[in-house]
Ligand binder design. Structure first.
Ligand code: NDP
Length: 370
C-alpha cells in the first residue's frame, strides 16, 4: 500500500501542481447572490458507467467530483489527471473505510456490480458519508432493507441512481398524469431490453449480478410502471423463457414477461430481455389521454408524445441533472417530484423478488411492502 501511495504521489505531482480548491462552498455568483453549497462526491467503481457519471459531473453546478475508489491503481492515476482529483481523496476497496476521516468528501456514489452494492453501502454509511447507489440497489429486498436501515442508523441519506426521475420529458408525463390531464391512469406498457454481448461479463454472472436481464434492464419497466401509473403494484404474474441456457445459466434470466395489478384497478404489461434489441418504450394510457416515451430510458435524447402532441422539453445530459438534483436533496433537503430515496429502491427490489417468485411458481403473487 505504501509503495502504491508513493507511486500515485509521484505520478500525479505534475498534474496536481494546481492547488486543490475546497469545493464545499462555491464561489460567490456573478450577480452577488449567496454562495451555493456544493455536494462533494467520490465515485466508487471506475467502470463504464462511473466514467459516464464523472464526465457528466463536469457540467454540474451543485455537485463536484472530488474523490475516487477503485481496485485498479492505474485508473486512480488516470482519474487524478483527468478530473483533477487529489491523491489524498483516492482509496481502494480495502482502505476506503478511512474516508470517515476525510472532511472533503460528503457522499460516495457506488457504481460497482450489483452484488457489491449492499456491503459497500453498509461500509460507506458506517463511515458517516451519504450514499448514492446505482440500480438495482441490491440483489434482493432483504439486502435493500438492511441498506435503508444502516443509512438511517448512521444518519446519512441513501439515494438510488434513478437518473430518469430528473428527465424533463419523463417528468412532463408524470405531471400530466398527476394533474388529471389524462384522466385516471388505466394501463402501462414497458418494454426494456437489448442483446447482451460478451458471455464472460459480470452481468451474466449470477453471484455478481444477482440475476439477469431483470436486475439490469427489466428494472426500468418495474420502476417506470410505478411512476407512470402513480401507484405501487399489489400483484404480479410472470413468465420466463430461456432460449440460450449456455449463455444464461441457472439464476440468470434471459427473458421475462410480467404483468402488474395496481390498487386502483390499473394494470401493466412488461417485457425484460437480454435477447432482443429495439425495446425501449413506455406507454401510459389514461381515460382521456396517453403518454409515450420511445426511447424511454436510454441516455437520450428521450423522445416522446402525448395526446396533446410531441414532447419538446430540451435534452440535458441525464447524469448532470441527476447529480445537481441529488445535491439539492442531500444538502437542502429538497424533495424530488419522483422520489429517488432508498425506500423507492427497496420497493423495486420487493417487486423484483415477487416477479422471480411468480415466474418460478407460475402463480399470481401478492406484493407486500411491509
Ligand atoms: P462496469 O463493469 O463497466 O464497471 C464496474 C466497475 O466496478 C469495474 O470497472 C470496477 O472498477 C468495479 N468492480 C469492483 N469489483 C468488481 C468485480 N468483482 N467485477 C467487476 N467490476 C468490479 O459496469 P457498469 O459501470 O456498466 O455498471 C456498474 C453499475 O452501474 C451496475 O450496478 C449497473 O446496473 C449500473 N448502471 C447504471 C446505469 C444507469 O443508467 N443508471 C447504466 C449502466 C450501469 P474499478 O476497476 O475501478 O474497481
Amino acid at each position: 500500500m505504501r509503495s502504491r501511495r508513493n507511486f500515485l504521489q509521484a505520478a500525479t505531482a505534475t498534474a496536481l501542481s494546481v492547488p486543490f480548491i475546497n469545493w464545499r462552498i462555491a464561489p460567490e455568483t456573478a450577480n452577488g447572490d449567496a454562495p451555493q453549497k456544493i455536494l462533494r462526491v467520490a465515485i466508487m467503481g471506475l467502470g463504464s458507467y462511473g466514467t459516464r457519471v464523472a464526465d457528466a459531473m463536469k457540467d454540474c453546478t451543485k455537485a463536484k467530483l472530488v474523490g475516487a475508489i477503485s481496485g485498479t491503481p492505474s485508473k486512480l492515476t488516470d482519474w487524478q489527471r483527468k478530473y483533477g482529483i487529489p491523491e489524498k481523496n483516492c482509496y481502494n476497496y480495502e482502505n476506503f473505510d478511512a474516508i470517515k476521516d476525510n472532511k472533503d468528501i460528503d457522499a460516495v456514489y457506488i457504481i460497482t456490480p450489483n452484488a457489491l452494492h449492499h456491503p459497500q453501502t453498509l461500509r460507506v454509511a458506517k463511515a458517516g458519508k451519504h450514499v448514492i447507489c446505482e440500480k438495482p440497489m441490491a440483489i434482493n429486498a432483504k439486502e435493500g432493507r438492511e441498506m435503508v436501515a444502516a443509512c438511517k442508523a448512521a444518519g446519512v441519506k441513501l439515494l438510488i441512481g434513478y437518473r430518469l426521475h430528473f428527465e424533463p420529458k419523463t417528468l412532463e408525463i408524470v405531471r400530466m398524469r398527476q394533474s388529471g390531464e389524462m384522466g385516471k391512469a388505466l394501463f402501462f406498457q414497458g418494454l426494456s431490453g437489448f442483446r447482451i454481448g460478451d458471455p464472460t461479463q459480470w452481468r451474466l454472472n449470477r453471484k455478481l449480478a444477482g440475476g439477469g436481464a431483470m436486475m439490469d434492464i427489466g428494472i426500468y419497466s418495474v420502476n417506470g410502471a410505478r411512476y407512470m401509473i402513480g401507484e405501487d403494484p399489489v400483484w404480479v404474474t410472470a413468465q420466463e423463457t430461456k432460449n440460450d441456457p449456455v449463455k444464461f445459466k441457472e439464476g440468470v434470466d434471459e427473458t421475462i414477461t410480467f404483468q402488474f395489478g395496481f390498487p386502483s384497478g390499473a394494470t401493466a404489461s412488461c417485457l425484460s430481455t437480454y435477447s432482443m434489441n429495439n425495446l425501449d418504450r413506455f406507454f401510459v394510457n389514461g381515460e382521456r389521454g396517453f403518454g409515450e416515451l420511445m426511447p424511454a430510458t436510454g441516455y437520450g435524447p428521450i423522445q416522446g408524445r402525448t395526446h396533446k402532441g410531441p414532447l419538446t422539453q430540451p435534452h440535458t445530459t441525464h447524469q448532470t441533472l441527476q447529480m445537481d438534483g441529488m445535491a439539492d436533496i442531500i444538502l437542502n433537503n429538497q424533495q424530488n417530484m419522483v422520489p429517488v430515496d432508498g425506500e423507492e429502491g427497496l420497493k423495486d427490489m420487493i417487486i423484483v423478488d415477487a416477479i422471480y417468485e411468480a415466474a418460478k411458481t407460475g402463480k399470481k403473487v401478492a406484493i407486500k411492502y411491509t
